[in-house]
Write a new protein. Structure first.
Length: 133
C-alpha cells in the first residue's frame, strides 16, 4: 500500500477527514487518542465501527481531523469517516454489509440541514403572533 486511505464524513456543519493506514490499532481525533474524548457517550458512538470489525481493528491506525459544528455533530461525522476508511482499507463486502445492517449512517452521510430563516419570525417556523383586537 502506497499511502493512507483518505475518507470524509459530514453531519450538520461538522466535517471529519480520516486517514486510514496500516498500524497497531491507534485512533486519534484532532491529534489526541480517542480514549481522551471528553464525552463518554459520544466516545462510544465514535468507536462503534471499531467494535463491529472486532480484532481486525488492531491492524489499522486511523487519524481523524474534525472541525465545525458541535460535539455530537463532530462525533457523528468522525464515526462516518472512520467506517468509510475501514471499508476502503479492507475492501471487504461483509464489513460493508454488517455496517449497513447495524446503522446505515455509518457509511452514508446524514443530509439533513437547518431550514433557512423566513421573514416575520425568529427562525424557520416560528412567527410573530397576530392579534385581531
Amino acid at each position: 500500500m502506497k499511502g493512507p486511505i483518505l475518507t470524509s464524513g459530514k453531519r450538520k456543519t461538522a466535517v471529519a477527514k480520516a486517514a486510514t493506514r496500516k498500524g497497531k490499532g491507534i485512533i486519534t481525533i484532532n491529534g489526541l487518542p480517542v480514549e481522551f474524548y471528553p464525552v463518554d457517550l459520544l466516545k462510544e458512538k465514535i468507536l462503534e465501527p471499531i467494535r463491529l470489525i472486532g480484532d481486525k481493528a488492531s491492524h489499522v491506525n486511523i487519524d481523524v481531523v474534525v472541525h465545525g459544528g458541535g460535539p455530537t455533530g463532530q462525533a457523528d461525522a468522525s464515526r462516518t469517516a472512520i467506517a468509510k476508511g475501514i471499508v476502503s482499507y479492507f475492501k471487504d463486502d461483509a464489513i460493508s454489509e454488517s455496517f449497513k445492517q447495524y446503522d446505515r449512517t455509518l457509511l452514508v452521510n446524514d443530509i439533513r440541514r437547518k431550514l433557512p430563516k423566513k421573514p416575520y419570525g425568529s427562525g424557520a417556523r416560528a412567527k410573530r403572533q397576530k392579534s385581531y383586537r
